[in-house]
Each structure stands twice: as C-alpha cells, then as structure tokens.
Ligand binder design. Structure first.
Ligand SMILES: C[S@@+](CC[C@H](N)C(=O)[O-])C[C@H]1O[C@@H](n2cnc3c(N)ncnc32)[C@H](O)[C@@H]1O
Length: 285
C-alpha cells in the first residue's frame, strides 16, 4: 500500500492534541531555535523556551508508541559571549516529564561558512537529541551500516594482544569490545556523528534538513508502513523522505506559505478550507 501524508496547518501546541495516543513510530523535527529567525517564523526567547516547549513534548510523549523514538534537532546560540543553557534545561525538564534521554547524535555540517570571530571558531555542528519512552525501542542497526573503509587496512592489520580478547570497559559501564571480531568484515556500525552538508539553496525554506538526515533516522528507527511525525514541518523534508521510503507521515506547520508550498511539492490534494479559513487538512494516498 502507498504511504499516506497527513498535513495540518496550525500550531503544534494545539494540533498535536488531535492525534491519537501511541500512534507514531518516529518523531523527527527541528523546532524554531531560541531567538533565531524572528524575521521569518518567529523565535522564542531563550528564557521562555523550556516553558514553551514542554506542553508540546508532553503531547509528543502521548502520541509516540512505547517502541518509538523522538529525534530533536536543536542548538543553543551564543548570548552575550556565553552559550545559552536552555537546551540543557530542556533535557532535564523533559526527563522530569517522563522522557528517557537515550542518546545524542551530532550533525557535523560539512559546509558551514568560514568566518572569523574574536573568541570562538565557526559553529559547524548541531545536536540531534534522542529521546524514548522506554529502554526497549525499535532500532534497525543493520540498515545504517557503513563500509569498513581504511580501518581494514590500518588499525585491524596490527592487532595487539588485548585487541584479540574482550576488552571490558575500564569505567565499569559493562560495555566491552573485541576488535578482532571485525577482521575480514566489509561493514561496520556507524558512529554517532553524521557528516552532512546543509541544503538550503534548493529549497524555499531557510532551515531545511538535508534529505539524508531524516532518511538516516527513518532507516534506523522505522520500517515500511510505520508512521513518522514532524510537528515543525517547514518545507516538508521529513514528509517527502518518508513518502519515498514508504512510511506514512504527519506534518504540522504554522505558516500558510510553507504549508501551501508543501501541498504543491508533496503533490497532495488541494487544501480543504475550514469555515474560519485559517485551518486546513489534506491527505494523500
Ligand atoms: C527549523 S524549521 C523546520 C524545517 C524543516 N526541518 C525542513 O526540513 O524544512 C521550523 C518550522 O516550524 C514552523 N513553526 C514554528 N512554530 C510552530 C508551531 N508552533 N507549530 C507548528 N509549526 C511551527 C516554522 O514556520 C518553520 O517552518
């Protein structure tokens, strides 16, 4: 069966309430960052960010299946010479709300602009915070394996004595590794750093995801027929990639210009106007 797309024009704070409990397999999104892009789609002040986001994350916790995953792309800015702490405060409050902060991936932006700042270097990474409801969630690790590459020729060629036995973690984490297990293998599991270029030039949105970003997480955390939600859909990258990968998707977007653009680019049926003319819903099969 072909994947469905449900697109909602409106504020996620309100619209998420219309989605059923435990119905989504993956939430992947990039909300407005604090104090950024005020001229396009508004920005929330850093000191008000946690208060603004918590009612949204409460709804996300409700709609996510217990086996599902939430990937939140976010990055704190510099305010008066210091990094803002709102992302850290948000993580702590989301944990209090019931989320598990399972992992943090780094998006290394390969093509960040060069520049010169008096007291820091150019910002070329963003956070991809992984949250779950339960310690046991669906994760299809084999889907994102990478070629073994130079490791096969360098590190794995010269194994030491400890490389040939299980080397248990010195910090007592219970983790361990036996490097010799990887000799003669073509593929390895990737690291938690994603090296991807930003991709805004060919989209009518100033903060669009590169397609490989949602694609990687969709492969890792869902299978065909599953449902992906992006509550800050923007240009609809998460939705178009979901469609291509045969996953159902739901997108919510506040601004009519982005919403209308998505109706066109995603090729979904024309907007059904509600009586008050402000909200619309379109579905595609
Ligand atoms: C960083 S952009 C997302 C870009 C998206 N990942 C893409 O690939 O195009 C954030 C989007 O959230 C929308 N937005 C801001 N506040 C919102 C809200 N309360 N509810 C729904 N959408 C909102 C903005 O209009 C903007 O398009």
């Amino acid at each position: 069966m072909a994947a469905t797309i449900k697109l909602v024009l409106g504020d996620s704070t309100k619209e998420l309430k219309t989605l059923p409990d435990n119905s989504v397999d993956l939430i992947i999104t990039s909300p407005p960052y604090a104090d950024q892009r005020k001229s396009t789609y508004g920005g929330i002040a850093a000191d008000k960010y946690v208060k603004w986001f918590l009612p949204i994350s409460k709804e996300l916790l409700r709609v996510l299946k217990p086996t599902g995953t939430f990937v939140l792309n976010i990055k704190e800015k510099v305010v008066e010479g210091e990094r803002s702490t709102y992302v850290m405060e948000l993580i702590i409050e989301m944990r209090n709300q019931g989320w598990l902060w399972t992992e943090e991936f780094i998006w290394h932006k390969k093509n960040s602009y060069p520049g010169k700042w008096p007291n820091r270097f150019r910002d070329s990474w963003e956070r991809l915070l992984q949250f779950n409801k339960d310690k046991k969630f669906h994760m299809y690790q084999e889907e994102v394996m990478v070629p073994m590459g130079d490791w096969a020729k360098t590190r794995l060629k010269n194994l030491s004595k400890t490389d040939k036995i299980r080397d248990n973690s010195k910090v007592g984490s219970g983790f361990g590794k036996n490097i010799s297990n990887w000799v003669n293998r073509d593929k390895a599991y990737p690291s938690n750093v994603l090296h991807l270029a930003t991709e805004c030039n060919n989209k009518n949105h100033s903060a669009a995801f590169p397609e490989e970003l949602p694609e990687w997480f969709i492969k890792l955390f869902t299978k065909e027929g599953d449902t992906v939600l992006d509550p800050f859909a923007g240009s609809g990258t998460s939705l178009s990639v979901s469609k291509r990968m045969n996953r159902n998707s739901i997108g919510i977007e506040l601004l009519p210009e982005y919403y209308n653009e998505m109706v066109t680019t995603l090729g979904i049926s024309p907007t059904i106007k509600k009586k008050n003319g402000t909200k619309s819903l379109a579905k595609n099969h």
